[in-house]
Design a protein around this ligand. Structure first.
Ligand SMILES: [Fe+2]
Ligand SMILES: [Fe+2]
Length: 274
């Protein structure tokens, strides 16, 4: 963590992401990062049944008896869909790039764009396609609320969702690394992709916290475990992959910024403690 507050976060974003090109939805350093990944593709030797994957992608609850690897990839794909839905909706309604917007907002929106791509790269290791699927009804309403809430009220809500998102990404990262321990390059690639997302999301949590008043931060902290449980309920695969009691206990403990940041090899920046 370098410096404090939103000013420090702006500098951090410029350094981490490089130039932001809103028109082409590109961040210079992110493109470079993807370039290095593409130059060094990783393929798993494990065969995932493509038809079974695609069929279950459109199901609310997965079919019985799916193996953990397929469940992990379904969870990855579905988290992706909720993100994509929100990002595209925000785009459609012109939520980014307004004249009066502070510069970090463009970075945040573009980072979210890249999360879809980062998660799609996880699927690509298994030769699975990225497909657009509409997230379940409750998730759609949730995402819409996040997108359309006036900014002033929005920060505690968006911040709580970002906090809950961090936990989901952290859990899936751990599950993915464990599941593919027998293929070290696959495990390392999954770790790498999830790490990038988690680094961004921790930054988003700090940014939202920095834009909140003390009372709003209290709201943010209170909503966080509620949103976390909602995400788990809405993504059945996550509850099948994790121990529900342990995950619930984790969500009930105070959000551990330091613990999450310590698990990341990247430089992180949290503008304010939630
Ligand atoms: Fe995200
Ligand atoms: Fe985020």
């Amino acid at each position: 963590m370098i410096g404090t507050g939103i000013e420090g976060y702006r500098d951090y974003l410029a350094q981490r992401d490089g130039d932001a090109d809103l028109l082409h939805r590109r961040l210079a350093n992110r493109e470079e990062f993807f370039g290095t990944l593409e130059a060094d593709p990783v393929r798993s030797g494990r065969r995932i049944d493509r038809q079974m994957f695609l069929r279950n992608l459109r199901r609310r609850r997965p079919e019985r008896g799916l193996d953990r690897a397929t469940l992990f990839l379904l969870a990855t794909a579905k988290l992706n869909q909720a993100e994509r839905f929100g990002v595209d909706l925000g785009d459609t309604y012109g939520r980014i790039g307004r004249e009066d917007e502070p510069p970090e907002r463009v970075y945040l929106a573009l980072e979210e764009h890249y999360h879809t791509r980062l998660l799609a790269y996880v699927l690509d290791i298994f030769d699975l396609p990225f497909q657009v699927v509409v997230p379940p009804f409750v998730m759609r309403q949730f995402v819409k609320m996040e997108v359309f809430l006036p900014e002033r009220f929005g920060f505690p809500f968006v911040g709580a969702a970002e906090m809950a998102g961090c936990i989901m990404f952290d859990e899936l990262r751990r599950v993915g690394v464990e599941l593919f321990a027998d293929e070290p390059d696959v495990a390392a690639r999954i770790d790498r992709l999830y790490t990038e997302i988690l680094t961004d999301e921790l930054g988003h949590v700090g940014y939202c916290a920095a834009r909140c008043t003390g009372a709003e931060r209290t709201v943010m902290r209170r909503l966080y475990p509620i949103f976390g449980r909602l995400f788990v309920r809405q993504t059945a695969e996550i509850s099948l992959l994790t121990d529900s009691k342990t995950l619930r206990a984790r969500l009930d403990r105070p959000f551990d910024v330091e613990g999450l940041a310590a698990g990341l090899p990247n430089e992180t920046f949290v503008a304010a403690h939630p």
